[in-house]
Design a protein around this ligand. Structure first.
Ligand code: 13P
Ligand code: SF4
Length: 305
């Protein structure tokens, strides 16, 4: 904490970070919230406790600031599910389509996008695009299916990518947990493969008579904080349960699957955060030309909440 002050550093941490890292952060939030913090912070250095594409996003949004990540190997299986060559080829096949990419993409991919979005504003981003325009949505197929259902958009092509953590939460895991807590509300991240069977019910407001909410991680936090329910089954990476329990000590939260841990997020340890502060490592860089192009898609994302 002393180093952080002396060096004028702000620590941003994603909701999936380990508890001790969340506890030293100035802000804990979802991809959209952290991108907003990166844009607004007056501090000279951002120490980003999350995965690499998030730190790159901070560099693109705040090119004059130094952005550090405690471990450069903290990647993301979802962002790895499309390469820039794949995207260029896809765009070539649909030359008049609008390319909308999830924030879980590399800077090179963002530089090829018309719009960027996160799980919390994807519906509004797609709704902002004229109806007659074909959309290429990438890279998450479950989020894409959810967005297409919620917006009623038929001319939306969806890349077949997935996050191994969310795709690994199976409907059977979920059903077992729901059966063990019959009064619990069910909260689901749209990257989950178990989202798909629930979509029709969710659009109608319930699942087998039970309340279901499909939300981004920050949407989940806001929802459980204000809900009068006292029990929740949470289908996302398990790191968020620490913050939910901390802010709601009288409520009960159980994960839909205990196995839903992102090993990339967990690569950021308190020791590495300390070393990063001490030694100013590892600086994340994005070439200027890539950053200038990618910024347009990100600024459009930030303008739509
Ligand atoms: P959000 O926090 O934006 O909902 O994203 C979840 C995620 O998987 C980030 O890697
Ligand atoms: Fe990527 Fe999935 Fe990990 Fe999020 S949880 S960082 S989408 S691999």
């Amino acid at each position: 904490m002393r180093l952080k002050k002396e060096k004028d550093v702000v620590i941003l941490a994603h909701n999936y970070q380990v508890p001790e890292v969340q506890d030293v952060a100035d802000f804990v939030g979802d991809s959209l919230g952290l991108a907003r913090q990166a844009a607004e912070t007056p501090h000279k250095t951002i120490l980003f406790c999350g995965v690499h594409f998030m730190a790159e996003t901070a560099v693109i949004i705040s090119p004059k600031k130094k952005v550090l990540i405690p471990d450069l190997e903290a990647g993301c299986s979802l962002s790895d599910s499309i390469s820039v060559d794949d995207l260029r080829e896809w765009k070539k096949q649909h030359p008049s389509a609008i390319a909308v990419g999830y924030v879980n993409t590399t800077a090179d991919i963002k530089a090829e996008l018309d719009y960027c979005c996160t799980s919390s504003n994807a519906v509004n981003v797609v709704n902002a695009i004229p109806e007659d325009k074909e959309i290429l949505f990438l890279p998450d197929m479950f989020l894409g299916a959810y967005i297409s259902k919620m917006t009623g958009r038929k001319n939306m092509l969806i890349w077949a990518g997935e996050c191994h953590v969310h795709a690994g939460i199976k409907p059977e895991d979920v059903q077992q947990k729901l059966d063990s807590m019959t009064n619990a509300e069910f909260i689901v991240h749209p990257e989950c493969s178990c989202t798909t069977p629930y979509l029709y019910d969710v659009a109608a407001g319930s699942y087998n008579g039970r309340q279901v909410q499909i939300l981004s991680t920050e949407g989940m936090m806001k929802y459980v904080n204000q809900s009068s329910a006292t029990q929740f089954v949470i289908a996302t990476e398990t790191g968020i349960l620490y913050r939910m329990r901390k802010q709601n000590p009288d409520k009960t939260f159980i994960p839909a699957s205990e196995k839903a841990e992102c090993q990339y997020m967990k690569m950021i340890t308190l020791q590495k955060v300390h070393d990063s502060l001490m030694e100013d490592k590892y600086e994340v860089k994005v070439p200027k030309e890539t950053a200038d192009k990618a910024r347009l898609a990100l600024e459009r994302m930030l303008a739509i909440s």
